[in-house]
Design a protein around this ligand. Structure first.
Ligand code: NAP
Length: 495
C-alpha cells in the first residue's frame, strides 16, 4: 500500500516504527498537503454561500490549484520514501568499491529532489494562502491561519531534509545552488506564510477586545469626597487645613498648576495661601520663605511650584521643606519615609496616584510582577517602592535597560514614566497586563500623548489608563488629600 493511501493511524505507526521511511520528509509532505486541504475546505465552504457568490472568479482558480498541490504533496510522501532507497543501498556499499563515490553522490542528490519539490509547492501555496485569506468567509479565516502555519512548518521541515543531504554532496557548487534556492524560498515564501498566519491571529485576538479603561475621574471623585469629608471634620474642631503654594516668578506651567490646584483645594475645604516671590528673588529669600512656612502652625502643607527660574538650586529648595508638610514628597525626609516604609512625609502625588488607580480598579498588587519604566525621584523610583511595600515583585527599568520590550512583556503591571511620547509600542504588551501611563508628552501635532502607544497597547492588554484623563486627573486630587492628612497628623486629629 502506498503511504498516501494509508489511514492516518497506520501512517503514524509507520512513522513511529524503527524503519527509516517514512521520515521527516514524508511528514513535511503530509503537513503541506494538510495545509492545501484546509485551503480547499475554507475556499469551498465560502463558495457554497450565496453571499460570496461574487467571489467565484477569484476563488475558483485558487481552489483548483490548492487541490493540485494537495495531490502532488501526497504523492511526494511516497516519492520521498522511494528516493531514500538508493541512498540506503549506497550506505551498505563497501567504501572501496570503485562505484561507491558516484553512487553515493547520485543517491544523495536524488534524496534532495522530493523535499526540494515540497518546498517549491509550499512556496506557491503561501501566495494562494494570502489571496484566500483576503477572499474567504470570515468564519473560516482561522482555518486559513492554521493552513498558513502548517505551510510554514512543512517548508521548514522540507528544508532540513534538503540540508541533511546537500551537506554531504561532493559537488559543492551544486550543493550551494540548491541551498541558496531553499534559503530564498524560506525567507520569501516561508515568511509570507508566517505573516498571513500572524495577521489572521492578530485580527481574531483583537476583534471585540477592548482593554478596561482606567479613567482617573472616578478615582479622583472618590478621593475628593473623602478629602472634603475629612476637611469638614477638621473644620468642626477649629482646624482649617491649609496649603501654601510657593511660586517664584511667573513660569506659565507653574501659574497654570497654581490656579488649578487652588481651585480644587478651595472647593474641598482646603484653604490656600499663595506665597509669590518675584522673578528677581534670591535663593536665600526662597529658603527663608520655606523655613517660615515650616514653622507656621497655620500651614499644614507646602507645595513648591516647579520649575523654578534657572539660577535656583531646586534640589536645595525641595530639601528645605519639612517632611511633615511636604505634601508632594520632594524632600529627603519624604524619600526616606517611602524607602524605609516608616510613613514619614508623603509619597510624590504622581506615585500615589498610580497606586490609587490600581486599588480603585481592583488590580491585585500583592504577588504581581511589576515593571516600572523610568527611575526619576518624582515618579518611577517612588512608585517602585510603593509597589514593593504592597508586596509586588518589582523591576525598575531605565535608559540602560537591555531588551526593554521583553522585560515589559513579562510584567503583570506596567508603570510607564519615561517622558517620551508613545515610546512603549505594541511589542511591549500582551494579554492580561495592566498599564498605568504616567507620561504627558506633546506629539508633532500638539496632541497630548502618554509614554505608551495607546492605540496598540489597548488592543492587547487587560486594563490601561488613558492620557489625558488618567494619572494626571488623580495626581491633582492627591495634593488636597495629602494636605488634609498633614493637618490631621500635625494637629493630632487623625481619623
Ligand atoms: P525624567 O525625570 O526625565 O525621567 C525619565 C526616566 O525615563 C529616566 O529614569 C530615564 O532613564 C528613563 N528613560 C529615558 N529614556 C529611556 C529609554 N530609552 N528606555 C528606558 N527608560 C528610559 O521624567 P519624569 O519626571 O519621571 O516624568 C516622566 C513622564 O511622566 C513625563 O512625561 C512627565 O511629563 C510625566 N509626569 C506626569 C505626571 C502626572 O501627574 N501625570 C507627573 C510627573 C511626571 P535614566 O534614569 O537612565 O536617564
Amino acid at each position: 500500500m502506498e503511504l498516501k493511501d494509508m489511514s492516518l493511524e497506520t501512517f503514524a505507526s509507520a512513522l513511529a516504527s524503527t524503519e527509516p521511511t517514512p521520515g521527516g520528509g514524508g511528514a513535511a509532505a503530509l503537513v503541506g498537503a494538510l495545509s492545501a486541504a484546509l485551503c480547499s475546505m475554507a475556499g469551498g465552504i465560502t463558495l457554497q454561500s450565496k453571499r460570496y457568490a461574487a467571489r467565484k472568479d477569484s476563488l475558483s482558480p485558487i481552489l483548483s490549484r490548492c487541490e493540485e498541490l494537495r495531490e502532488r504533496l501526497l504523492e511526494l510522501i511516497d516519492e520521498d520514501a522511494r528516493l531514500f532507497l538508493p541512498l540506503k543501498a549506497a550506505y551498505s556499499m563497501p567504501k572501496d568499491d570503485p562505484d561507491y563515490g558516484r553512487t553515493m553522490e547520485n543517491a544523495t542528490l536524488g534524496a534532495c529532489r522530493a523535499p526540494l519539490e515540497m518546498l517549491r509547492l509550499c512556496a506557491e501555496l503561501s501566495g494562494l494562502l494570502r489571496r484566500l485569506s483576503e477572499n474567504c468567509s470570515p468564519m473560516l479565516v482561522s482555518d486559513v491561519g492554521c493552513a498558513a502555519h502548517c505551510c510554514r512548518a512543512a517548508m521548514e521541515c522540507a528544508a532540513m531534509n534538503v540540508f541533511i543531504n546537500t551537506r554531504s554532496l561532493l559537488d559543492r557548487d551544486k550543493a550551494l545552488k540548491i541551498e541558496n534556492e531553499v534559503r530564498s524560498l524560506l525567507s520569501e515564501n516561508g515568511a509570507e506564510a508566517t505573516a498571513v498566519g500572524e495577521k489572521i491571529a492578530e485580527g481574531l485576538a483583537c476583534k471585540g477586545h477592548e482593554a478596561m479603561l482606567m479613567c482617573g475621574a472616578p478615582v479622583a471623585a472618590a478621593a475628593d469626597a473623602e478629602t472634603k469629608k475629612r476637611a469638614q471634620r477638621l473644620g468642626d474642631t477649629g482646624v482649617t487645613p491649609t496649603i501654601a503654594l510657593v511660586r517664584v516668578g511667573s513660569d506659565p506651567d507653574a501659574v497654570y498648576y497654581e490656579k488649578s490646584a487652588s481651585e480644587r483645594c478651595e472647593r474641598l475645604g482646603v484653604a490656600v495661601r499663595k506665597v509669590t516671590l518675584p522673578q528677581s528673588a534670591s535663593q536665600t529669600e526662597l529658603m527663608s520663605a520655606i523655613r517660615g512656612l515650616n514653622i507656621d502652625a497655620g500651614v499644614h502643607g507646602i507645595l513648591l511650584l516647579l520649575p523654578l527660574p534657572e539660577r535656583f538650586d531646586e534640589k536645595a529648595a525641595c530639601a528645605e521643606i519639612a517632611a511633615d508638610k511636604d505634601v508632594d514628597g520632594v524632600s529627603p525626609g519624604s524619600a526616606a519615609g517611602i524607602y524605609s516604609g516608616t510613613g514619614e512625609g508623603f509619597a510624590p502625588c504622581t506615585a500615589e496616584a498610580c497606586m490609587m488607580l490600581l486599588h480603585h480598579y481592583g488590580i491585585p498588587v500583592s504577588g504581581a510582577k511589576a515593571v516600572v519604566v523610568g527611575r526619576s525621584l518624582i515618579a518611577g523610583r517612588p512608585v517602585s517602592m510603593l509597589l514593593t511595600q504592597e508586596d509586588a515583585t518589582v523591576t525598575l527599568c531605565h535608559s540602560k535597560t537591555q531588551r526593554l520590550a521583553e522585560v515589559v512583556r513579562e510584567a503583570d503591571i506596567v508603570i510607564a514614566a519615561v517622558g517620551k511620547g508613545e515610546f512603549l509600542g505594541g511589542d511591549c504588551f500582551r494579554a492580561g497586563q495592566t498599564v498605568i501611563d504616567v507620561g504627558t508628552n506633546y506629539d508633532a501635532d500638539g496632541r497630548l500623548v502618554g509614554d505608551v502607544c495607546f492605540a496598540q497597547a489597548s488592543r492587547r492588554v487587560r486594563a490601561i489608563t488613558p492620557v489625558p484623563q488618567g494619572v494626571g486627573a488623580v495626581t491633582a486630587a492627591v495634593l488636597a488629600m495629602h494636605t488634609v492628612l498633614a493637618a490631621e497628623r500635625l494637629t493630632g486629629k487623625q481619623k
